[in-house]
Design a binder for this molecule. Sequence first.
Ligand SMILES: *Cc1c(COP(=O)(O)O)cnc(C)c1O
Length: 415
Amino acid sequence: MSVLPDLAAIEALDAADPLRSFRNRFVLPEGVIYLDGNSLGAASSSALAELEQAARQEWSQGLIRSWNKAGWFDLGLKLGDRIARLIGAAHGQTVVGDTTSTNIYKALHAALALRPDRKVIVAESGSFPTDLYMAEGVVATRAGTSLKLEGVDAASIEELIDESVAVVLVNHVNYKSGALRDMAALTKRIHDAGAIAVWDLCHSVGALPVELDAAQVDFAVGCTYKYLNGGPGAPAFIYAAHRHHNHIQQPLSGWWSHARPFAMETTYAGAEGISRFQCGTQPILSLRALKGALDDWDDVDMQALREKSLALTDLFIALVEARCGAYGVSLETTRERERRGSQVSFAHENAYEVMQALIERGVIGDFRAPSTLRFGFTPLYTSYRNVWDAVIILEDILSSGIWKEPRFAVRTTVT
Ligand SMILES: *Cc1c(COP(=O)(O)O)cnc(C)c1O
C-alpha cells in the first residue's frame, strides 16, 4: 500500500464491503475489537440458537430418543459434508469428531500403514507443537519409525522428502508467522517421492479457500473452534481421500468406527468409508453449536472472503509500520500476499506486556512465546474501521509506554 488511507477512505471500504452484513450475525461485546478469531471464533446467533435447542428440547425433552429423532448419531458425518465445500472436498470424505491432536494421531498411523516399507515421518519444527508431540507419540508405538524435522534435520521440508519417507505432516498456515504453504506444489513433491501427505488446516479452514481434492491431498485435519466459530472445544474434523477408504487402518478402533456398532459384536470390523475414522461417543452439544456456526458459512463466497482477508491484513501491516514502526515492532508475517494466511504477527521485545495492555483497552489479540504479538483477521466480523481503531490504540500504548506498568507483566495460564 503506497498511500496510507485516511478515515474517510476506511469508511468507504466498509461501505463497499460485500461481507459487511455477516457482522450482524455475531454476538460480540460492546467496545471490543476482536482480533483473536483465529484462536477462538466468535459466537453467532445461530450457533447459540442450535445449542439452546439441543439442550432444552432434544436433550431435556427428547432424552435418549434424540439419538435417532434429532439425528445425533450421524451428526459428525453430516457436519463433515457441510465443511467439505470450505475445504474443496467432494462429499463422503470428511467427518467431524474428536480433537485435531487425536485426528493427527489417526492420520499418521493410517499413512504409515499405507507405506509399510517406509519408516520416516517428516514434519516442521515450527509447526504447532501438538502436531510434533502426537508424531512423537506415534513413533513411540511403531518400532523402527523416526521423526525428521524441517529446521532441525534440514533447512527446508523439500530436502527431507526422499524414498525413505512414509508421510509428511504439514501445517497449511503457520500458527505463529501466518505463512501459507503452496498445498498443490508440496503435495505433488511428496507424491513424487511416493510418500503420503497429511495437511493440518487449523489456520486455513474458514480463513481462505482450500482445495484438498484438486491438490490430491491424502489426509487432512482441522479445528472448528477457530475461524469456523464452532465454540470452545468444538470437535475437529478429519478428511481422507476416497481412494484410501478401503485401506484405512487407524489405531483408535472404537465402536463408532465399527461396521455395525449396535450389533455389539465381540470382534472389530471397520466401517466402510470415512466412518472408519470415528472413535467413540461425541459431545453432541458442541456439535450442535457447530451446526449453527456452519449455517452462517453456507452463504459465504470464499473468494470474497479471501479478498477481504488480504485487504485487512495489508491495511494492518501498512498502518502499524507507519504509526508504530518507531517503537520496536517488526513484521514477522510475509508481505507476499500469496504466502500469507489471515493473521499478522509482529515481534516486540515486550510482546506479552504490550498484548496485555491492548487487551485492557479492548483490542483482543494474543501473545505467542517468546516475543510475538499475533492478530487474527476474521473477514466475517472484522471491519476496516476495526483495523484502523486497533492501530490507533496500539500506537498509544507503545508511545506512552503504559505497557511498562507492573500489572501487565502478570502471567496467566492461557496466552
Ligand atoms: C490450534 C491447532 C491445533 C489444536 O489442536 P487441538 O487438539 O484442537 O487442541 C492443532 N494444530 C494446529 C496447527 C493448530 O493451529
